[in-house]
Design a protein around this ligand. Structure first.
Ligand code: GLN
Length: 278
């Protein structure tokens, strides 16, 4: 079978560009090279693998899980079914976190900001922070050991120094304090219809929702627990759902946070909230 024939076959059941990217990825070619050599014959084994990938994609399996990678903040991260697929809006959380750690005024006595990420998944947030901010000591936790495997592998491959710990939110951090705590916790409401649609059907449910009716139980736990784990004038920043900004604000105020911030994503939806502790 030639590349041209394989693509024609694929295009009957999946998107044309996706088919091209899948085959290019499988043959370890760029898409441009692939399309410049459509007469090339692929091996029966490659044809077999490609057929299986087309079937998986046609059945709805996310593109990122099939190729095993997704780009985030300019770097390629490995992903699998044990971790959420990184979303572009999460880059806003990273940008905000980087702004806080560069505010050296709250780090007078130390040179490095101690950063904690709760629920790291594939590690994109913690690893990007470690690589983008040379003055941060980054620790990241997840309750899932399968997710931690993915995160550790990503850190090693990208050369990021991150301490990974298995922990249910703050459980493993009894007396430790940090200058910045970040999280992209599960926040989709338990019965949300989106959980049964698109990529979300294939992502780990525990990373998307804690099952609470408003989706906010994990954020409640994080906001309530953060003050005891923040150093003086430390920041908490977290991502939340499109309709959760008001509730997030209320929780932050109740927990004693000041200088509250709420940042919109590229679609104009309030997506990242946080505040500073005195
Ligand atoms: N932003 C994701 C979605 O709605 C949810 C991610 C999360 O729960 N942290 O698809």
């Amino acid at each position: 079978m030639t590349i041209a024939e394989a693509l024609t076959l694929a295009e009957s059941s999946i998107d044309r560009r996706e088919a091209q990217y899948l085959l290019a990825n499988l043959l370890k070619l760029s898409r441009a090279t692939l399309l410049a050599h459509t007469e090339r014959v692929i091996s029966p084994d490659e044809a077999d693998q490609f057929t299986r990938q087309i079937a998986a994609r046609a059945a709805g399996k996310p593109f990122a899980y099939i190729v095993g990678t997704r780009e985030f903040y300019g770097r390629e991260f490995s992903v699998n079914e044990h971790v959420l697929i990184p979303r572009p809006e999460t880059e806003i959380l990273v940008e905000q976190a980087l702004e806080r750690v560069s505010e050296q005024k709250w780090l007078e006595s130390r040179t490095n900001a101690m950063v904690l990420e709760l629920g790291t998944g594939s590690g994109v947030i913690a690893i990007t922070l470690a690589l983008e901010s040379k003055t941060s000591n980054v620790t990241a936790c997840d309750n899932s050991t399968d997710a931690l495997k993915v995160a550790r592998n990503n850190a090693q491959r990208l050369g990021a120094k991150v301490e990974f710990i298995q922990s249910n939110w703050f459980a493993a951090f009894q007396h430790r304090r940090f200058d910045l705590i970040v999280a992209n916790p599960p926040y989709v409401a338990g019965g949300d219809k989106h959980l049964a649609e698109g990529d979300l059907r294939f992502e780990p449910a525990i990373a998307l929702t804690d099952g609470s009716s408003d989706g906010l139980d994990s954020i409640r736990t994080i906001v309530a627990g953060a003050p005891a784990h923040l150093s003086s004038v430390g920041w908490l920043l977290f991502e939340h759902g499109y309709d959760q900004a008001d509730m997030a604000r209320e929780m932050l105020l109740k927990a004693g946070f000041e200088n509250l911030i709420c940042i919109n994503d590229l679609a104009g939806i309030p997506r990242v909230s946080g505040g500073q502790i005195r």
